[in-house]
Write a protein that binds this ligand. Structure first.
Ligand code: CP
Length: 324
């Protein structure tokens, strides 16, 4: 199962990144695509079957998983708004859902909101083990906790752009914005424990901090919390912007224009950053990014990053489920 970034040590990630590169080159040839199509087959030659259950909205994650499964010759069904359009709406718990679905599919890819049930992903994976179900669970984002497959595509993007400095732990990172609620930042910090870093700045408002469970987890990283982006902008090798997640706050004190001014890619920010820096964003973005930013400045690589999601998830699924 893939529940947390902790399930993906550096040695496994590097295998996935190498596989991603291989798939990228395969995918450009007719023969390569045909061969990938044979990946997800059972012992009878039938396609493997996946269920995607999404409690929260998604564009990139859901589509890239669907496209990856299709490209590998598998099949899938998707339930969007799973809290409303599955028996979860009638109070069914994740253990019961997993026991039913787990007998009839090879993988369940879940994005959960963790609202009515905490730790739903772990409960689902534990259920598979307890009842000896053949299915494997993949976390596609659980509330404000973690997003391990986004971590994979983020790390793969950095690995392909700055491999040597990345692997030698010699990069300065700035994680900018909603540190408290950004599950992608949480999973990325867990991954960076393995890779190391010269410095990691967490740049956000004073009262927007890492959740308690992550503070201890990341205590050995060279983390510094600061509130003023422009102060460290010239040092950053990798800047990682995030949207302010007002949907996770009962009352937001921010208006989005204020947030964009403080934690956005303003002209002033762009003007003082390193030429060699790269800027990532898991998307979707709010006002902290203007549209076409990537066309104005090629260091903003969020579209390249999002495209990597398809190939990385293909590599992950091939390695987790493929016949070879
Ligand atoms: N980055 C990400 O998880 O995007 P979606 O919410 O669109 O899947």
């Amino acid at each position: 199962h893939l529940i947390s970034a902790k399930n993906l040590p550096k040695v496994i990630q590097e295998i996935i990144f190498e596989e991603t590169n291989k798939i990228k080159s395969f995918y450009d040839t007719c023969e390569g695509r045909r061969s990938l199509q044979k990946t997800l087959r059972d012992k009878f030659g039938e396609p493997l079957f996946f269920r995607l259950l999404f409690w929260e909205p998604s564009l990139r994650t859901v589509c890239s998983f669907q496209d990856a499964i299709r490209a590998l010759g598998g099949e899938y069904e998707t339930t969007q708004h799973a809290g409303k359009f599955s028996s979860a709406a009638k109070g069914e718990k994740i253990i019961a859902t997993t026991r039913i679905l787990g007998k009839r599919c090879d993988g369940i890819i879940i994005r959960h909101d963790n609202k009515k049930e905490q730790n739903a992903l772990k409960k689902s994976a534990d259920t598979c083990e307890a009842y000896n179900l053949k299915t494997k669970i993949i976390n596609a984002g659980d509330g404000a906790n973690e997003h391990p497959t986004q971590m994979l595509l983020d790390m793969c993007t950095i690995w392909s752009l700055k491999k040597h400095e990345f692997l030698s732990g010699n990069l300065t990172y700035g994680f900018i914005g909603d540190i408290e609620h950004s599950r992608t930042i949480h999973s990325n910090l867990i991954a960076l424990k393995d890779y190391g870093a010269k410095k990691i700045y967490l740049i956000s408002e004073e009262n927007n901090n890492l959740p308690d469970w992550l503070v201890n987890e990341t205590k050995d990283l060279p983390i510094e919390k600061i509130a003023y982006l422009l102060e460290v902008a010239p040092e950053l090798d990798i800047g990682y912007f995030t949207r302010y997640q007002s949907e996770r706050k009962s009352q937001s004190k921010y208006d989005s224009a204020y947030y964009a001014e403080k934690f956005g890619a303003t002209d002033e920010f762009i003007g003082i950053t390193k030429e060699s820096a790269f800027f990532l964003h898991p998307l979707p973005h709010g006002k902290e990014y203007r549209e076409h930013l990537d066309l104005l400045d090629p260091r903003f690589i969020h579209h390249q990053q999002a495209d990597n999601g398809f190939y990385v998830r293909m590599a992950l699924i091939k390695l987790m489920f493929g016949r070879e």
